[in-house]
Design a protein around this ligand. Structure first.
Ligand SMILES: Nc1nc2c(ncn2[C@@H]2O[C@H](COP(=O)(O)OP(=O)(O)OP(=O)(O)O)[C@@H](O)[C@H]2O)c(=O)[nH]1
Length: 501
């Protein structure tokens, strides 16, 4: 679990408490408002209050409609509260999953030499995504067992394969992704159910791991959008709260002035009549005067209730402000986590997922504008030798340095990603096709000139480069294939070469 997850977990309870307080405040204030709504002269304040609670346009001031809007707002807040609670619970459950177990399994796979090319990238991705460990650890374990069982290919391993297959099916049933990810998980399930030969279990496991990572990324995006909506609602509520509070204050002070002059009038009449108490007219006026005094007292009581309601509104407004702050912090962290899911942990440049997304965007733009788009693939030459001779850590260091050189040598607008283990991809926008050769040639030379030294030994590392410009009729796949063929030709031409197809 990374720092952002921990922060979010730490902040969620206070966000939930704030939402609960807000719901209570709304319900409490609603009942007070109901009690006051019978008073004719309280109309102005009530209308403001209804606008605030209804979070709607001022046209919705009819009592019945307003009540149902208030209920809807409380329902919406309560639904959001339930969502946050569930989210918190899920995060706590996931936190309980052992990170050590994951790393143990991951390192087992690394040491066991079953590693396919993408495995170390996968492990880096897993280490950076503690929140999905819940599903990934069992999947990794299945992968580990499947690889070892399928590698042996013996007849007696059939039963074991069947057992792993069964475990995978159970895990799949626990996954609740929808959309494309859900559909693909379901197709894997159908394949597992239909096939009696399970030699391709490792491939299924790897695909499921990739799908769980993708599914979790999409879920984060949804959470982000939900928070954005919540934040916008709170913002509009807060504005209306402020309007209501100031309107309420104006009403209270107007009422105070009115009451003071009413009392003054009563006293004036009282003083005037004090010398004429014997006449029947005077007696009748005194009776009316007493009636007026009662009304004045009722006014005073009403004024107190209004003041109490105003102070409640003020504290509600503070709650909304706090909640708004919390949700925007939460959204900022989610956004930064989403960004991290797009970054390759080893080299800190974009990863394959980010490249896929960017390719879609750039390709759509190219289709619309036809302005030149170039796909460049770079592959480190004889990289296996570096690993074998100087160790994996030396290999990792080389990849980091190459990534840094790419970043420092290319334009800000060029998109650079780690495509696979020792392969990089670059997307260049608006390049001049005639001048394309020069910067790529210089890039190849710059990498060749990096002063690598491992175990105090000077080592030269080179890359082969294949590049292509998008051509009419291309799809992303055909363009990528052409770049790959160019890279293949660069390798075949003796490596440390540039081929533009
Ligand atoms: N250190 C390190 N090695 C990696 C990483 N990802 C992949 N590799 C290794 O990169 C090596 C790639 O080997 P090959 O595909 O045979 O390619 P090569 O040795 O570069 O040979 P050519 O590409 O044909 O020049 C494999 O040994 C992988 O284990 C990584 O993140 N770190």
């Amino acid at each position: 679990m990374n720092n952002d997850d921990l922060w979010m977990l730490k902040d969620l309870p206070s966000a939930i408490t704030a939402l609960e307080t807000l719901c209570d405040g709304l319900q409490h204030s609603l009942s007070d408002d109901g009690a006051l709504s019978g008073q004719e002269d309280n109309h102005g304040l009530r209308v403001q209050w209804q606008k605030l609670l209804g979070n709607l346009s001022p046209a919705h001031t009819h009592n019945k409609a307003s009540n149902s809007n208030e209920a809807t707002l409380i329902d919406a807040l309560q639904a959001q509260l339930t969502f946050l609670k569930r989210h918190q619970q899920q995060q706590q459950e996931q936190q309980q999953q052992s990170r050590e177990q994951l790393l143990q399994a991951a390192h087992f796979l690394q040491e066991a030499d079953y590693a396919e090319e993408r495995l170390s990238g996968l492990i880096t991705a897993l280490e950076g995504n503690g929140h999905i460990i819940y599903y990934l650890y069992p999947l990794l374990e299945c992968y580990q067992q499947a690889v070892s069982v399928c590698a042996q290919q013996r007849q007696q391993e059939r039963a074991r394969q069947q057992e792993i297959c069964q475990r995978l099916l159970t895990l799949i049933d626990e996954l609740s992704y929808t959309g494309d990810v859900g559909n693909e998980i379901n197709s894997i399930k159908q394949l597992l159910l239909a096939q009696s030969d399970h030699t391709n279990l490792p491939a299924h496991c790897l695909r499921l791991i990739a799908l769980v990572i993708e599914g979790s990324r999409l879920e984060r995006q949804l959470s982000s959008r939900f928070l954005l909506r919540l934040n916008n609602n709170l913002e509009s509520m807060q504005t209306q709260c402020l309007t209501s509070v100031s309107e309420g204050k104006r009403i209270v002070s107007a009422r105070q002035i009115q009451d003071a002059s009413l009392v003054e009038e009563i006293h004036a009449i009282d003083r005037h009549l004090s010398g004429h108490l014997d006449t029947s007219l005077a007696q009748s006026i005194v009776a009316h005067l007493n009636g007026l005094k009662t009304v004045a007292q009722q006014h005073a009581q009403l004024q107190q209730r209004e003041a109490a309601l105003l102070s409640q509104l003020e504290s509600l407004e503070n709650e909304v402000g706090k909640l708004k702050q919390q949700t925007s912090d939460y959204r900022r962290r989610l956004t930064s986590q989403n960004e991290k899911l797009m970054i390759d942990g080893l080299t800190q440049i974009y990863n394959r997922t980010a490249l896929d997304e960017r390719l879609k965007v750039d390709f759509a733009r190219w289709q619309k504008t036809q302005s030149p788009l170039c796909i460049v693939l770079l592959d480190v030459d004889f990289f296996k030798k570096i690993n074998d001779q100087y160790g994996h850590l030396a290999g990792d260091k080389a990849l980091r340095l190459i990534a840094r050189t790419l970043r420092n040598s290319l334009k800000e607008s060029d998109f650079i990603a780690r495509f696979g283990g020792e392969e990089f991809a670059i997307l260049m926008l608006d390049v001049d096709p005639i001048l394309l050769h020069r910067p790529l040639h210089q890039l190849r030379q710059k990498i060749e000139a990096i002063p690598f030294s491992f175990k105090q030994e000077r080592v030269t590392i080179t890359v082969s480069i294949g590049a292509t410009l998008l051509q009419p009729g291309d799809t992303i796949t055909t363009a990528l294939e052409r770049a790959d063929q160019a890279l293949y030709r660069a390798k075949n031409a003796g490596r440390n070469q540039l081929v533009i197809a």
